[in-house]
Design a protein around this ligand. Structure first.
Ligand SMILES: NC(=O)c1ccc[n+]([C@@H]2O[C@H](COP(=O)([O-])OP(=O)(O)OC[C@H]3O[C@@H](n4cnc5c(N)ncnc54)[C@H](O)[C@@H]3O)[C@@H](O)[C@H]2O)c1
Length: 304
């Protein structure tokens, strides 16, 4: 009985591997890079179905968390063909390998609130319309539909939203502001003050994914895993100022620009009623999560 974590060297993958090992599970990580995580790490491309089949067989994999992807709106806009190849072709390779080898009782796919496109409800439920507008969201939603398409695939999508915490690898809020605050610099954001986001601390997401992985029966094919509350960027700035009174941000109004010319979808809170019924209960408040992330940045900054 082994859990395969694809994208196991990534931000969420590393944390999932760590928590699974701490819980006494056997784990194998599959990624294009290795981290020396102390578990078997297979280096390969997620589109390599033959290699995936070998890993599933050799490690007698019983559960899969699928996180290998080109992640984020900005990356998907910069490299659309690569996002399609890795996110869609890679997921198809994994799904077909799982079906060919057998023995997998659950496959949790790390999906995204980007599948909703502009939120049509706040909080948004899993049954509200999914009309993704970014290339990233389109690939993630295509994967969800393909996961449901394959008969017999034990697929479930975890829809995550703006996960943050120590070690986050991209420049997405709250991280750039926390980095500026830790370095004693002010921040500038020309527009975005009207954006609202369900920021979710990494530990809570991992809790939710582990619940989905281990639940006996699941009534649904998609579960929102967030906090159920959205924070406006002005409120976010106020929380960071409480931690770092000398920091401030020049923040314009309107929607957020993810990259020059790429406006974020209108967002809000994710309804987590479905996940709560499985026992999911986010534990880390925004204030605590920001404080923990800032402390990690300050510790890293003080390392010689
Ligand atoms: N972090 C978030 O806020 C968030 C929100 C919603 C969904 N997700 C999803 O969660 C998953 C993990 O995200 P993350 O934040 O840890 O990102 P990440 O970039 O840290 O992790 C992705 C991992 O996938 C690996 N990878 C990329 N291309 C690959 C390929 N061709 N073959 C094998 N491995 C490859 C990368 O090396 C990386 O380690 C992704 O599927 C992402 O879409 C994340």
């Amino acid at each position: 009985m082994t859990v395969l974590v694809t994208g196991g060297a990534g931000f969420l993958g590393r944390e999932l591997v760590r928590r699974l090992v701490a819980a006494g599970e056997r784990v194998v990580s599959f990624d294009r890079i290795t981290t020396g995580a102390g578990v078997p790490e297979v280096r390969g491309d997620i589109t390599d179905r033959a290699l995936l089949e070998r890993v599933l067989r050799e490690h007698a994999v019983s559960e899969v968390v699928h996180g290998a992807a080109i992640v984020g709106v900005t990356a998907s806009v910069a490299g659309l063909a690569d996002a399609v190849r890795v996110n869609i072709d890679g997921s198809v390779a994994l799904f077909e390998a799982v079906l060919a080898v057998g023995g997998v009782r659950r496959l949790v796919d790390l999906s995204s609130e980007e599948t909703y496109g502009h939120f049509t409800a706040d909080p948004i439920t899993e049954d509200d319309p999914a009309r993704p507008i970014s290339p990233y969201g389109i690939t993630k939603y295509a994967v969800e539909r393909l996961g449901e398409y394959y008969a017999g695939l034990p697929y479930v999508a975890a829809r995550l939203c703006w996960v943050y915490g120590p070690g986050f690898p991209r420049r997405r809020l709250p991280h750039p502001w926390l980095e500026d605050a830790a370095d004693g610099r002010p921040s500038i954001l020309g527009q975005g003050g009207d954006q609202r986001i369900d920021f979710t601390y990494v530990d809570d997401v991992v809790d939710g994914v582990l619940l989905l992985l281990h639940a006996d029966d699941l009534a649904h094919r998609a579960y929102n895993l967030a906090t159920g509350e959205a924070t406006g960027l002005r409120e976010l700035a106020a929380e960071i100022t409480k931690l770092c009174p000398d920091w401030h941000v020049d923040l314009g109004g309107g929607p957020l620009e993810m990259a020059p010319g790429v406006t974020a979808a209108r967002k809000g809170a994710l309804d987590i009623t479905r996940a709560r019924a499985l026992g999911y209960a986010p534990r880390v408040s925004l204030a605590d999560g920001l404080a923990r992330t800032l402390a990690a940045l300050e510790t890293a900054g003080s390392t010689p």
